[in-house]
Design a protein around this ligand. Structure first.
Ligand code: OOB
Length: 542
């Protein structure tokens, strides 16, 4: 297959190179250089394993040959659905080395999502762990293969069953291709899925390496830093903000935590002397609570990053006194733009803003609904363009027409205001998705699954405020015929083969949806009015 393109207009590409953002680095050269400079430094720790930079590099090289010997050809796409284990790194660096294109999926994804990614990316491979968190991914692979026979190889970390064992790949010799051109697409990341199914996000070596190199610098990473990957590493935040890649760029040590729970993570922090980690707000609340009574020594922790969803100032204020470390707010998106509060910012900026962009060349527009700039300090729709923000999704003309302006700005769907110092404060969003503890759920996608139930006449899914999750999902349903039980509808959605986090938290039956004299109101207005009505009634009752 020919390399995938992500094209910035020539004048922009020239500027980004001239300003030193795009330096022509590739993932393969980055790892090789670290393995030469810091061969015996520990690169990654997880479970019983502890690999140095030299070992990570040689594992990746052997695996790359194994992938080629198995029959993959440069340019092939490979869905990677791995939990936080060291093999995630040997696998992706091997894929880069063999010029194969990873397509990242979350461990929570199930057949509907994986089939969608595999089809959209025309994947020829699928890499899983045998089991994780009580779930058998080989069963899932069987279901996916039945629907996407074009997947030629399923590779398994652990007991492979009917598939190919990752361990069996390492012994084979094969000629490796030339290294990638740095302007080529290195992998496909997935979008938060604000409308319908997730879109695929092509990121190049040049743009992505810039984003995590600059992130590592902003976060002060050095070879003595220790980064704990607590959130699932295939998500953009723990992958690159600065995440595992930023940590490796800086020659730091990555510690893979199989779970973000305080019980598991605190032990690792104490044992490995972790200096920095990143969490979504609900987990940060859990950690704050657990830290008060823990017997583990958390004193090595210097920075706690919180992002993915809004972290409320009251909770943010507790981080320094309770954990004894600096909070860093992170407001980013898989499409590109990432904002950070800086480590030496005044405490008030750290607790009350979501940071400022990485780059002087991140262009930020804040516009009203008519597309005009708002008064400075007023809330408006955030649009952005820059050296690591994509110009188009993979193979999706419809979404591209909606999500990008004709001059290449990405419409984030977020409503923000800007402080006089240039920091962004997230106010909410214009698009209809639910941000459930940092996991984005498209209302439309879930409505569609509900409508497939024979007793559902119509359904509207909205976000409701939730003390713990930030937002929870609520499905308003008009039944037809015999009214189903709420639990049965939830089981129906789960049974469709969806990630568990997408199953509605709450189901409310209503007799009718609002219509106007002219006809049906838009789905967007309908969702807003259902949410309003529900919250007003709940207030009256409460
Ligand atoms: C991160 O990436 P995605 O692609 O899962 O989600 C992006 C969306 C943003 O457009 C915004 O709606 C929301 O997540 N978001 C936040 C936020 N960080 C992300 N909303 C309020 N406050 C924040 N701090 O979520 C992501 C990617 C890289 C780094 C960090 C987060």
């Amino acid at each position: 297959m020919k390399p995938l393109a992500q094209v910035w207009p020539a004048a922009f590409a020239e500027r980004y190179r001239a300003r030193g953002y795009w330096r022509g680095e590739t993932f393969t050269r980055m790892l090789r250089e670290r393995a030469q400079r810091l061969p015996d430094h520990v690169a990654v720790v997880g479970g019983e394993q502890r690999w140095t930079y030299a070992e990570l590099e040689s594992r990746a090289a052997r695996l790359a040959a194994g992938f080629i010997a198995l029959g993959f050809r440069p340019g092939d796409r490979v869905v990677v659905q791995l939990p936080n284990i060291p093999e995630f790194l040997s696998v992706v660096f091997a894929l880069f080395r063999a010029r194969l294109i990873p397509v990242y999926a979350l461990p929570a994804h199930r057949s509907v999502e994986i089939v969608h990614f595999a089809r959209t990316a025309q994947a020829r491979g699928y890499i899983i762990a045998a089991r994780h968190d009580g779930f058998d991914y080989r069963t899932l692979a069987g279901q996916v293969l039945a629907e996407v026979p074009e997947i030629a190889h399923v590779v398994v970390v652990g007991e492979a069953g009917p598939f190919t064992a990752l361990d069996a790949l390492s012994g084979t010799a094969a000629a490796l291709p030339e290294d990638a051109d740095p302007s080529e697409v290195a992998f496909l990341q997935i979008s938060g899925g604000s409308t319908g199914l997730s879109k695929l996000i092509p990121r190049t070596h040049d743009d992505y390496i810039y984003s995590f190199r600059a992130s590592a610098e902003i976060c002060g990473l050095t070879p003595s830093s220790v980064y704990l990957a607590a959130l699932p590493v295939t998500h953009n935040f723990p992958m690159s903000s600065p995440g595992v890649f930023g940590a490796l760029y800086a020659g730091s040590r990555v510690v893979m935590s199989p779970s973000p729970s305080p019980e598991v993570a605190f032990e690792l922090i104490a044992r490995e002397k972790v200096t920095i980690t990143g969490l979504v707000p609900p987990l940060a609340l859990l950690w704050l609570q657990a830290a008060a009574t823990t017997t583990h020594d958390l004193s090595s922790l210097e920075v706690l990053q919180v992002g993915g969803a809004k972290f409320m100032p009251e909770a943010a204020r507790r981080v320094r006194p309770v954990l004894g470390c600096t909070l860093q707010q992170v407001f980013g998106m898989a499409e590109g733009l990432v904002n950070y509060t800086r480590l030496d910012d005044p405490e008030e900026t750290i607790v009350s803003t979501q940071g400022r962009p990485i780059s002087a060349d991140d262009e930020v527009l804040i516009l009203d609904d008519a597309g005009n700039p708002v008064e400075e300090g007023e809330p408006g729709n955030l649009l952005t363009r820059g050296p690591y923000t994509i110009r188009a999704y993979h193979n999706n003309d419809g979404a591209n027409a909606r999500a990008f302006t004709s001059d290449g700005f990405y419409r984030t769907g977020d409503v923000v205001k800007r402080t006089p110092e240039g920091y962004l404060v997230v106010q909410g969003r214009a698009s209809d998705h639910i941000n459930r503890a940092g996991e984005k759920i498209s209302a439309e996608e879930i409505e569609d699954h509900l409508l497939s139930h024979p007793s559902v006449f119509d359904a509207a899914v909205v976000s409701l405020p939730d003390e713990y999750l930030g937002e929870r999902s609520c499905a308003f349903v008009i039944a037809q015929g015999e009214k189903p039980k709420a639990a049965a509808l939830k089981a129906w959605v789960r049974g469709r083969g969806l990630a568990d986090f997408k199953v509605p938290d709450q189901v409310v039956f209503v007799d009718a949806f609002e219509t106007t004299a002219v006809g049906k109101v838009s789905r967007k207005e309908l969702r807003a009015s259902l949410r309003r009505r529900f919250l007003e009634t709940a207030d009256m009752e409460g």
